[in-house]
Design a protein around this ligand. Structure first.
Ligand code: MN
Ligand code: MN
Length: 477
C-alpha cells in the first residue's frame, strides 16, 4: 500500500523527482552573460569570413595558426590538416597516447545554397543571367527577390586561381533572382502546391542589363558581360567550366531583437557548431586525451564525395595524428584508434517553432535558450537511417555535462512520422566509435536567415570544452 501524501509532501516529491528544463538566461551570472555576448561577436566575425565551406576552412586555418597549430611536419602545439581547401581536421595532443582513442567533435561547413551551372551565362529579354543548380535542402521561394552574393573559385587555363566574393562589401553590387508580381502569380503559382509553384530552372541570377555595340550585334548583352568579366577578372566564358561559384544570401550576420539576444545569419547550420568546437579546442591547455575537431563538407547532400564524412579522408587524418605521436600509422592502428574514440556529431537541431508547434512533439523538441541540444538518435520513421547512441554513452556524456555545469536539453527533429533527418554521426559510428549528436537549436533552419540564441551558442561552446577535457574511453573498450 502506498502511503498517503499531503499536498506539501507531494510538491516536495515533485521537486526532487521531476525533470526540469533550465533556461540558460536564468542561470548565467552577469560575468557569464558578458562572456556569451563577447563569444557571439567573435562568432559573427567567423560567419562573415566563411560563407562557403572553402572560406570557412580558410578562416579556421588562420584561427588555428594564431593559436599555435601547425601543418604536419612543422612545429606547433597542435596539427592543422586541411584537404582540398574544403575539409579540415585540427588535432591537439593529449597526455595519453592517441591509441587510447581520441575525443572527437565533428561538424560540417557546407550550407544549402545555389551553385552556378558549368555553362551558366545567357541573355533573355535584354537582361543577362547565370543559371544555377541548388545544393542541399532549400525552400526555393526564400531565395527570390533578395540581395545575393557570389562566392567561389575559378581555376584558369594557366592554373591560377581566381577567388571571388562579390556582394558583401557595402560598395559591391549584389545579385538577385526575380519574382513575380502577386497580380500575375494567380494563374501560374497561387493555386499550385508549394513544391510545384517554384521551378528550379527559374532560379536564375540577374547579372546585368547593358549592351555592347549596335543592336544588330548578336547576344550583345551577354557579350557585354563577357567583356566585363574579361576586363575585370581575365575570364573567358569557358573558364566557368572549372569554376565553383556559390550563390549565397548577401550581407553580414546580425543581432536580432531589441535585447540583442539572438543572431540571424546565413549558415548557422552548421557553422555554429564548427565555430564552437574550434573555439573550445583552442582554449584547451593540455587535455588528458588527444582532441580532434573535424570539419566536413558535403553533409547537406548526403555526405558523398572525397571531402565528406563518408569518405576515407578520416583515416588520412588519423594516420597523421599517429605519425606525429611517433606511433606506427598502420591500418590496424588507425582502426583501433577510431574504434576506441568517443565523438560528438556537432550538428544543429530544429528549435520549437512558435508558429508551427504542431510539427514538433513538444515534450521532445529542442527549445531556444534551453542550452545545447543532445539528440540520442536521428533518422526518420522507425529510426531508419539513424545513429542511435547507447544508454552507456548517453550516461557518459550526461556525467561530463553535469559535472561541468553545462545546461543541456534533448531534442528530436519533429514528430515521429513527420520530421526526421540524418547527420554525419552514422558515418563515424561505422568505425565502432561511440558518438551522439550534440549541437545548437536553430529557428528558420535551412533558410537564408537562420536564428540561434546567444545563450545556446555559449552553452554549446561550454559543452564542447567539457567533452574535450573530460571524455574518456568507454569501459567496454
Ligand atoms: Mn547540419
Ligand atoms: Mn542542414
Amino acid at each position: 500500500m502506498q502511503k498517503k501524501f499531503t499536498k506539501k509532501q507531494a510538491q516536495d516529491l515533485a521537486k526532487r523527482l521531476s525533470k526540469k528544463s533550465v533556461l540558460v538566461w536564468d542561470k548565467l551570472t552577469r560575468a557569464q552573460t558578458g562572456e556569451a555576448m563577447a563569444l557571439a561577436e567573435d562568432y559573427k566575425r567567423f560567419l562573415d569570413q566563411g560563407k562557403t565551406e572553402r572560406e570557412a576552412v580558410a578562416a579556421l586555418v588562420s584561427m588555428a595558426a594564431e593559436n599555435g597549430f601547425a601543418f604536419p611536419g612543422k612545429k606547433g602545439r597542435g596539427l592543422c590538416m586541411p584537404v582540398s581547401s574544403k575539409v579540415l581536421a585540427l588535432y591537439l595532443p593529449g597526455k595519453e597516447s592517441p591509441m587510447e582513442g581520441l575525443n572527437i567533435i565533428a561538424s560540417h561547413l557546407d550550407s544549402p545554397r545555389l551553385d552556378c551551372k558549368q555553362n551558366p551565362l545567357y541573355e533573355c529579354v535584354d537582361l543577362v543571367f547565370l543559371k544555377t543548380h541548388y545544393y542541399g535542402g532549400i525552400r526555393k521561394h526564400q531565395w527570390l527577390a533578395r540581395p545575393l552574393a557570389i562566392h567561389g573559385r575559378i581555376v584558369k587555363t594557366d592554373g591560377s586561381y581566381l577567388d571571388l566574393a562579390i556582394g558583401e562589401d557595402p560598395d559591391d553590387p549584389v545579385f538577385t533572382i526575380l519574382d513575380l508580381l502577386p497580380h500575375l502569380a494567380r494563374k501560374v503559382q497561387a493555386n499550385k502546391k508549394l513544391f510545384e509553384a517554384f521551378d528550379a530552372e527559374k532560379l536564375n541570377i540577374l547579372l546585368g542589363s547593358m549592351p555592347l555595340g549596335p543592336d544588330d550585334v548578336k547576344d550583345r548583352f551577354k557579350l557585354a558581360m563577357l567583356h566585363l568579366l574579361h576586363d575585370k577578372y581575365g575570364l573567358v566564358e569557358e573558364d566557368f567550366l572549372a569554376g565553383e561559384l556559390e550563390v549565397v544570401p548577401a550581407g553580414k550576420a546580425r543581432d536580432v531583437g531589441l535585447d540583442r539576444s539572438l543572431i540571424g545569419a546565413y549558415g548557422h547550420d552548421d557553422r555554429v557548431c564548427a565555430y564552437a568546437s574550434a573555439s573550445a579546442l583552442f582554449a584547451q591547455k593540455t587535455p588528458r586525451y588527444g582532441c580532434l575537431a573535424l570539419f566536413f563538407d558535403k553533409e547537406e547532400i548526403g555526405s558523398e564525395g572525397r571531402t565528406s564524412a563518408k569518405s576515407r579522408v578520416l583515416e588520412h587524418f588519423v594516420e597523421q595524428v599517429l605519425e606525429a605521436a611517433g606511433v606506427d600509422a598502420s591500418g590496424r592502428n588507425v582502426r583501433k584508434c577510431l574504434y576506441r574514440s568517443r565523438a560528438l556529431s556537432a550538428d544543429v537541431n530544429a528549435a520549437l517553432d512558435p508558429d508551427y508547434q504542431d510539427v514538433h512533439e513538444k515534450q521532445n523538441a529542442a527549445r531556444m535558450g534551453y542550452g545545447v541540444c543532445v539528440t540520442k538518435f536521428t533518422g526518420s520513421g522507425g529510426k531508419s537511417g539513424a545513429n542511435d547512441a547507447s544508454a552507456e554513452y548517453m550516461g557518459q556524456v550526461r556525467k561530463i555535462f553535469d559535472k561541468n555545469k553545462v545546461i543541456w536539453q534533448t531534442g528530436e527533429l519533429g514528430k515521429v512520422d513527420i520530421g526526421g533527418g540524418g547527420t554525419i554521426a552514422k558515418f563515424l559510428a561505422a568505425w565502432g566509435m561511440d558518438i551522439v549528436d550534440c549541437g545548437t537549436a536553430v529557428l528558420s533552419m535551412h533558410s537564408p536567415f537562420e536564428i540561434v540564441s546567444k545563450a545556446d551558442l555559449y552553452m554549446t561552446r561550454q559543452a564542447y570544452s567539457a567533452f574535450f577535457a573530460d571524455c574518456a574511453p568507454m569501459e567496454d573498450k
